[in-house]
Ligand binder design. Structure first.
Ligand code: ATP
Ligand code: MG
Length: 388
């Protein structure tokens, strides 16, 4: 193996007490991402090194691992300035004009202080090339980290940032086929939360295509995790009962209260600590503050709404960046879009909700629904036998 990647950790370096746990989880996540690749991973408190055959290819994969601040394609040479100079001249892009040297002396036993080393190496580069020095706005920043060896690099690729997925336990994402909830899932993963997905399916009112679309979205966000599963809730009976027993204007509010109830019980069952969804303040009738309050009233579990304060266009930007957008806009109906009343209530009255709900035995329906949730753990295949 001839190439080397050096990883700089993300925010985790600020969490001193947990650093070891964070680095271990990050290592597992990187190993999962690089499964099947020929690599040797070593690490210490501040850096991880990956020896590999094709650094560019590995770097691309690593850009989807949260908890990485930056990915550096580095060159490891013996710790003497002639060798460092030789490597520097080799990797500095000849199409560029100006440079500066930044030295980090990690091993303080190294005799020359960083600034002095940078000056000395800079002088040697000047003498041996046509590059000019520009300390304020250089075309190339030539970095040297002096450790057991000298690590020389000129390119640094931004990592995905955030915390390693898993350091925060699990959240249950209510995943629809829309634009917002996959983005909410991505943002939650980014904060180090393991995400499991819950999809409310209402066949035959919703189609197999709609479900496959959700699985496809889960697969895309799974690229940042590797551990995402989709839990499919058979929601037909509940929706039909709501349709039959509740007035039009309250159908969506009550349906969402039922979704929250089911989500909370199921989250407890699978050990998820929070609920996550793609609600955004004011976007639709069920997302006015009055609606959110009335719907949220059925649960004591924290509900995280990562896109609550983003504009639709901002959400779309992220969806495009993470490549869920194209799938999200496919035109399959969702259980929220069938049975949609013309004028859903935007200021629901809690007492009315309770009265309407008590007109049918929803608790039995909830229990039955939860007992019949099906888990899809292999997201590779899009088509599968009819689940319900
Ligand atoms: P999205 O674009 O994510 O579908 P939306 O703006 O269409 O969101 P709603 O349909 O009101 O909004 O849904 C709000 C949130 O409720 C969704 O972001 C999602 O988290 C959850 N949700 C809606 N429908 C479903 C479903 N069928 N299964 C699971 N969660 C759902
Ligand atoms: Mg939706």
């Amino acid at each position: 193996m001839k190439e080397l990647i050096m990883i700089k950790y993300g925010e985790l370096t600020t969490k001193k007490a947990n650093r070891k746990v964070f680095i271990n989880i990050l290592t597992q996540n990187i190993e999962r991402m690089l499964k099947g690749e020929n690599v040797i991973i070593t690490k210490n408190r501040v850096r991880m090194y990956i020896e590999c055959d094709n650094a560019k290819h590995i770097a691309q994969k690593l850009q989807k691992v949260f908890g990485i601040y930056s990915i550096v394609i580095a060159y490891k040479v013996n710790n003497n300035i002639e060798e460092v100079l030789k490597k520097a001249l080799e990797i500095m892009d000849k199409n560029k004009k100006t440079f500066k040297v930044v030295t980090k002396r990690a091993d303080k036993r190294f005799p020359i202080p960083s600034m002095e080393y940078s000056r000395k190496l800079g002088g040697l580069i000047l003498k041996n090339s046509n590059f000019k020095v520009d300390v304020h706005n250089p075309d190339i920043t030539l970095n040297v980290e002096l450790r057991d060896y000298a690590y020389v690099y000129a390119t640094e690729i931004a990592g995905a940032g955030g915390y390693p997925v898993g350091v925060q336990g699990t959240g249950l994402l209510m995943l629809s086929g829309g634009i917002d909830s996959p983005v909410a899932g991505y943002l939650t993963l980014k904060r180090g939360v393991n995400v499991e997905c819950l999809y409310f399916d209402s066949p035959p009112h919703t189609s197999i295509e709609a479900k496959n679309k959700v699985i496809k979205l889960a697969r895309i966000i799974n690229e940042y995790s590797g551990k995402v599963k989709v839990h499919v809730v058979p929601f037909t009976k509940m929706q039909e009962a709501i349709f039959k027993n509740c007035p039009d204007t309250y159908m969506i509010t009550i349906m969402r209260r039922m979704m929250y109830r089911i989500s909370e019980i199921y989250a407890e069952k699978i050990g998820a600590k929070i609920l996550v969804n793609g609600e955004s303040i004011g976007q639709v009738a069920s997302q006015t503050l009055d609606s959110i309050r009335c719907i949220n009233e059925v649960t004591n579990m924290p509900v995280i709404r990562p896109v609550a304060c983003l504009d639709k266009l901002e959400i779309i930007d992220i969806a495009k960046k993470i490549k869920t957008y194209e799938t999200s806009i496919l035109p399959y109906e969702d259980c929220c879009t069938i049975f949609v009343p013309k004028h859903p209530v935007i200021k629901p009255d809690l007492n009315k909700c309770i009265t309407y709900e008590n007109s049918f035995d929803y608790q039995t329906l909830i229990n039955e629904t939860i007992d019949n949730i099906k888990i899809i753990s292999d997201l590779k295949e899009e088509t599968f036998e009819e689940l319900l």
